[in-house]
Every structure is written in structure tokens, then in C-alpha cells.
Design a protein around this ligand. Structure first.
Ligand SMILES: Cc1cc2nc3c(=O)[nH]c(=O)nc-3n(C[C@H](O)[C@H](O)[C@H](O)COP(=O)(O)O)c2cc1C
Length: 392
């Protein structure tokens, strides 16, 4: 890029930033409902969070564009407040041998559950049709997971009037998203429930493990000068206060909303969320690394599951469906973040208000800790030792 082009580029960005106040600057409550694909996401949940002054996402993952259109229409009847839609960036197909070998291991479980395994097909999650739908009927924000859209796609969303948020799990992903023109980054810590948002699901990176949210926020802030939305393991107002203090513009919560009555979370999943078994990372259900509550299927198949998304998602779908229908939690993908046991069964709007109240109190408390009363320990003019006891 010549220096003139670079200058033009920077000027254009500056002018754009002056023209558009970002949605995050206008939110009454800095709490974002995470997109919750695979059942829990409903128009009712999205609308309840946006109506309470937070910001609700509708999950588009696993949905055909026509189904997404219906959900969008329904959501718009429930709220006039801004909402977002989340899209999965398509990946590449996996070697069939690895998928076949995994399918052979699952055969006994399928027989016992009385189902046939699904066809382990690759697909792009109806990517092009969903893009066209969202260009034609734009929402306030489109967020992306599993990669970064091409700069041309981001430009088209900007032209349509939508902001673009990209989910990142590492500083190098943050740099790529900023360079591509993202308006904000959803910074996902390793504590998060559901799929890890990594641009590439690389088993070689598993030994390093994921980066925890507070570390990642600091690392990404050093790389990226755009607003950050913190996500992963946030279940209390105190944790919301912590990420705001660490420089995030908002907190995105997923698991915390799974027990709300407006969520589409099925009964067997709700029961597991009310318990306290540990969580673990696994590819066993979908072929992509995700955090869920440990159960029979996760423990039995995590070691053998290859990186093959969405092939394994389709392969295991009938088994998971059978588990849900029979009330057998051992067969179901129980996605949950590390703090799931702190969740409450509250209407979503009430949960947003309660969390905001708690966060305000936590920030007040933290501020007070940094403004000790005059004469406190170590202050100039203060006493060097313990306060003298008053004579009795
Ligand atoms: C059931 C479930 C479904 C999820 N679906 C999506 C999704 O469709 N798109 C996405 O970007 N993130 C998805 N996530 C991840 C969330 O965006 C977020 O990173 C995560 O929920 C944060 O951690 P927490 O669950 O501890 O709050 C999902 C998480 C859960 C628990």
C-alpha cells in the first residue's frame, strides 16, 4: 500500500468513525446475549434482552436462510430495539477416512439408542443465502465466528448499515479482524461454553490450551484499538464489572441465559445445568472443539474424535436427538461455560437488570478500594503502623 493510499484509508476510517456512533456507545446496559445456536436461541430470548436495554443476538448457525428469515420476522414483532445476527464462517471438508473410522466406533451406541447415524456431509451452512438475506433486511450488528469475513463482505455490510463484529480467541486473530475492517471484536476466553471461536480448529494447538478471558483482553487490547466485547465464563455482575474495568465495552453472556424461560433449552439440558459436574473441551459431538458438561459420550469419545466439522455434527445428530427425546443426558451435547453452576432460572429481562445492578455495586466497591479514607495506610500523613487503639 503506498503512503498516500494508507493516509486515504486512515482518513476514511476517521471520517467513518465520526459519522457513526457505534451501537456499543448507545447501549443502556452493556450486556450482550450471546448467539446460542442449536436450540436455545429463540426470538423471545433475543427480544427480551434487547427490550431490557441490553443487546440480543439471534443465532443463525445450523439454520437454512429461510428459517432464519422466519425467526428474524418473529423477533421484529417482539422488539423495535436493535438486534444482532451471528453467522458461522464456512470451513473446509475433512478427510473421509478419519470420519469413517470415527463412525465405526459409534455404531454400538447408535444400535443401543435405536437410531442410524447421520450422513457425515460437509456443508457451508447456507452461507451465501444468509448473506443475501441480511443485506436485504439488515440488522444492527452481524457477528461472525470460526473466522473473519473477507474485507469485501465487511464493506457490503457497512453499506447495508450493519456493524460487523468478529469473534477472536488469540491476538493474531484480533489483528486480522482489525485489518479486514471489523467494527468491534468479541474476545472469547477459554472459559466459554459452546464452540471455541478459533479461525482454524487445529488439534496441534490443543496442547497449548486456550487463553483465559482476562489475559486475552489485555493481550488483544495491546493489538487492537477498536471496542472489545468480552465473553467466556461471565455469570455474575462482579465478572461484568471486571471485564468493563479491563477495558471491554460490554460483556457477552451465553450460558447465563440458558435457564431463562424464554430460551429453547430442552429439559434434559436444563437439569444438567442445575447440577455441578465439571466441564471439558471436546470434539466428540461436532468435530470442532467445544466446552460442555462432562457426560458419558464426551468421556467415551473425546480422545478418538477427529477435527471434522460439520461432518461429525451431522453424523451424531440422530444420537443427540435420541438422547433429548429419551431424557438421557449421557448422549446430549451439554454446552456450558466454566461458571455454569452460578446460573439462575430467571426471566431474561429480569436477569439483565439484576446483573447490571450487581455490576454497578461491584464497580462502586472496587472504586472505593482505590480511594481509601484520608489517613489510610501508606498515605502521606497517615500512620505507618496499625491504628492506635482507643483507650478503654
Ligand atoms: C449453547 C451454546 C451455543 C452457542 N452458540 C454460539 C453461536 O451460534 N455462535 C457464536 O458465536 N457463539 C456461540 N456460543 C458461544 C458464545 O458466543 C459465547 O462465547 C459463550 O457462551 C461465552 O461463554 P459462557 O457460555 O460461559 O457465557 C454458544 C455457547 C453456548 C453455551
Amino acid at each position: 500500500m503506498s503512503s498516500l493510499t494508507l493516509r486515504e484509508h486512515l482518513v476514511e476510517r476517521w471520517v467513518t468513525s465520526l459519522r457513526h456512533e457505534l451501537l456499543l456507545d448507545r447501549l443502556a446496559v452493556p450486556i450482550v446475549l450471546a448467539p446460542l445456536a442449536g436450540g436455545p436461541s429463540t426470538p423471545e430470548l433475543t427480544a427480551a434482552v434487547s427490550n431490557a436495554g441490553g443487546f440480543g443476538f439471534l443465532a443463525a448457525g445450523y439454520l437454512a436462510a429461510s428459517a432464519l428469515a422466519e425467526r428474524l420476522e418473529r423477533t421484529r414483532t417482539l422488539t423495535g430495539a436493535p438486534i444482532g445476527v451471528n453467522l458461522f464462517i464456512p470451513g473446509t471438508s475433512a478427510p473421509p477416512q478419519a470420519v469413517d473410522a470415527y463412525a465405526a466406533r459409534l455404531a454400538d451406541d447408535a444400535r443401543q439408542a435405536g437410531v442410524e447415524l447421520g450422513a457425515a456431509r460437509f456443508d457451508d451452512d447456507d452461507w451465501a443465502a444468509k448473506l443475501e438475506l441480511l443485506m436485504a433486511t439488515p440488522v444492527a450488528v452481524v457477528s461472525f465466528v470460526f473466522g473473519c469475513p473477507e474485507p469485501e463482505v465487511i464493506d457490503r455490510f457497512h453499506d447495508a448499515g450493519s456493524e460487523v463484529w468478529v469473534t477472536v480467541t488469540r491476538p493474531d486473530e484480533a489483528r486480522r479482524a482489525v485489518d479486514a475492517g471489523a467494527d468491534a471484536l468479541v474476545v472469547q476466553g477459554a472459559e466459554a461454553g459452546g464452540h471455541r471461536a478459533s479461525f482454524r480448529d487445529d488439534p496441534a494447538a490443543d496442547v497449548i490450551g486456550g487463553i483465559g478471558l482476562l489475559s486475552l483482553l489485555q493481550l488483544v487490547r495491546a493489538e487492537a484499538d477498536i471496542p472489545l466485547v468480552a465473553t467466556g465464563g461471565i455469570a455474575t455482575g462482579a465478572a461484568i464489572a471486571a471485564v468493563l474495568a479491563a477495558g471491554a465495552a460490554a460483556a457477552q453472556l451465553g450460558t447465563a441465559f440458558l435457564r431463562c424461560p424464554e430460551a429453547g433449552t430442552v429439559a434434559v439440558y436444563r437439569q444438567a445445568l442445575a447440577d455441578n459436574a465439571p466441564t471439558a473441551m471436546t470434539r466428540a459431538f461436532t468435530g470442532r472443539l467445544a466446552r460442555g458438561i462432562r457426560n458419558r459420550f464426551l468421556d467415551r469419545y473425546s480422545a478418538a474424535a477427529p477435527a471434522a466439522y460439520p461432518e461429525l455434527h451431522h453424523l451424531t445428530a440422530p444420537l443427540r436427538q435420541a438422547g433429548r427425546a429419551a431424557g438421557d443426558p449421557g448422549l446430549v451435547n451439554l454446552w456450558a461455560g466454566q461458571t455454569y453452576e452460578l446460573g439462575h432460572q430467571l426471566p431474561a429481562g429480569q436477569l439483565v437488570r439484576t446483573l447490571a445492578e450487581e455490576a454497578r455495586a461491584a464497580l462502586q466497591h472496587a472504586g472505593d478500594r482505590l480511594s481509601p479514607p484520608a489517613g489510610g495506610l501508606g498515605e502521606e500523613g497517615g500512620s505507618a503502623g496499625p491504628a492506635p487503639r482507643s483507650p478503654s
